[in-house]
Write a protein that binds this ligand. Structure first.
Ligand code: GDP
Ligand code: MG
Length: 162
């Protein structure tokens, strides 16, 4: 049984972009419109001789804050079947109420969780990532899924000791 890595986060943080990079496919829909990918999607990935399953999660981006939170929580269903959770936030957009709602759920789960600030390309990653420490999920791992920056370093941490 291969380890399962779930990509969790509110719509538009870059989950499908990271999924595609990890699985080297364009299988998941990457939406310029937030939340187009509505279903969980599975792909196989391999890094440094570690084979693993990646789960992309979607959601509908509601215009009301409450709806966005509810839909973001849908993606939490993938947590239960995962061995490792990568919780993505958007470093450019900053901390949102939906991020806090997801973090509240994750802190109650006994799953290895890595907090990942995506989209640090072209910005000062350290400054933009600082506020996510308030989510109390430990270190904030900076990546740019669209370009690959930080992804190998993240996997070095997240795939040990699966
Ligand atoms: P999802 O809703 O979480 O699956 O997010 P998507 O993967 O569909 O990405 C949402 C938007 O963010 C798209 O327009 C992506 O091109 C953009 N995006 C994803 N990763 C990055 C990144 O590393 N840097 C930048 N600047 N944009 C990104
Ligand atoms: Mg998506």
């Amino acid at each position: 049984m291969l380890p399962v890595v779930a990509l969790v986060g509110r719509p538009n943080v870059g989950k499908s972009t990271l999924f595609n990079r990890l699985t080297k496919t364009r299988d998941a829909l990457v939406a310029d419109f937030p939340g187009l990918t509505r279903d969980r999607r599975y792909g196989q990935a391999s890094y440094n001789e570690n084979n693993f399953i990646v789960v992309d999660t979607g959601g509908i981006d509601g215009t009301e804050e409450g709806i966005e939170i509810e839909m973001a929580e849908q993606s939490l269903l993938a947590i239960d079947e995962a061995d490792v959770v990568l919780f993505l936030v958007d470093a450019r957009a900053g901390l949102t109420v939906a991020d806090e709602a997801i973090a509240d759920h994750l802190r109650k789960k006994d799953k290895p969780t890595f907090l990942v600030a995506n989209k640090v390309d072209g910005i000062d990653g350290d400054s933009f990532s600082a506020e996510f420490y308030s989510l109390a999920l430990g270190e904030v791992h900076q990546i740019a899924a669209a370009h690959g920056r930080g992804v190998a370093a993240l996997l070095d941490r997240a795939l040990v000791p699966v």
